[in-house]
Design a protein around this ligand. Structure first.
Ligand SMILES: *Cc1c(COP(=O)(O)O)cnc(C)c1O
Length: 229
């Protein structure tokens, strides 16, 4: 891109970040929560380096991807330029990709089953990294693929403790087309019941609600990048 186009792209990225920040700040104030209680993760799936670079230039440092192969293709180069980036895995993870995921990501939001836990533990043992993980909750039963049933969360936390995989909270995706607040509240209650403080919840369409209900990490894609193709 030529210089003027780059400047315009950075300005647009900064405006989108400011709009999300302002909505987060309102939600935090309404809920009487601390001003720095939420980390905004820019979900960059499907977007190339040319779309990600303006957000980096505007100061955004937390990014999320939902596919290991796509992240492996994009992020090593971007990270050379911005070593302080924190990369989050937010998509379904196959056990055979666990080693690559542990090598690439700083936080994993989609731990949802014992077989994946075992694969992650092996990968962490091999590398010496202890990657913090959220347990993804299945809120819809059979209608949703992936996610740990609420009744199984306690056992998965205990198993994670046994293999020294750090669990920092719960993650959920609110069911499409339904009022999200009850699902966020359920996830917050479940985390509290299990003594977990991290809550990864809220996307472009519902993050202000999630912030009011206690989200510590919001995952925002289209509000920062525009609609995905
Ligand atoms: C794509 C994605 C998001 C971001 O969605 P937007 O609606 O674009 O903000 C958040 N979380 C997960 C798990 C995703 O796959």
């Amino acid at each position: 891109m030529e210089h003027k186009a780059i400047e315009d792209a950075v300005l647009a990225a900064r405006q989108r970040l400011d709009a999300v920040d302002a909505a987060v700040a309102r939600g935090l104030a309404d809920a009487r929560r601390a001003a720095d209680a939420v980390t905004c993760i820019a979900i960059s799936k499907t977007h190339g380096a040319e779309q990600i670079a303006p957000l980096l230039a505007a100061g955004q440092r937390h990014f999320g991807e939902n596919r290991v192969a796509e992240a492996a293709a994009k992020w090593p180069t971007l990270r050379d330029a911005y070593p302080d980036v924190t990369l989050h895995m937010v998509g379904q993870l196959q056990s055979n990709k666990a080693a690559e995921a542990v090598a690439l990501f700083d936080v994993i939001h989609s731990l949802d089953r014992p077989s994946l836990l075992a694969a992650l533990a092996r990968a962490m043992d091999a590398t010496g990294r202890r990657t913090p993980c959220f347990i993804q909750i299945n809120l819809e039963g059979a209608a949703q693929k992936g996610g740990c049933a609420p009744a199984d969360v306690g056992a998965l936390i205990a198993a994670a403790r046994g293999v020294d995989v750090p669990i920092i909270g719960l993650m959920c995706v609110a069911p499409l087309g339904l009022e999200p607040a009850p699902w966020f509240a359920l996830t917050a209650k479940l985390a509290d019941d299990h003594g977990l403080t991290g809550l990864s919840m809220g996307m472009s369409g519902d993050f202000p609600t999630a912030v009011r209900i206690g989200a510590t990490h919001i995952r925002v894609g289209s509000a920062l990048f525009g609609e995905r193709a």
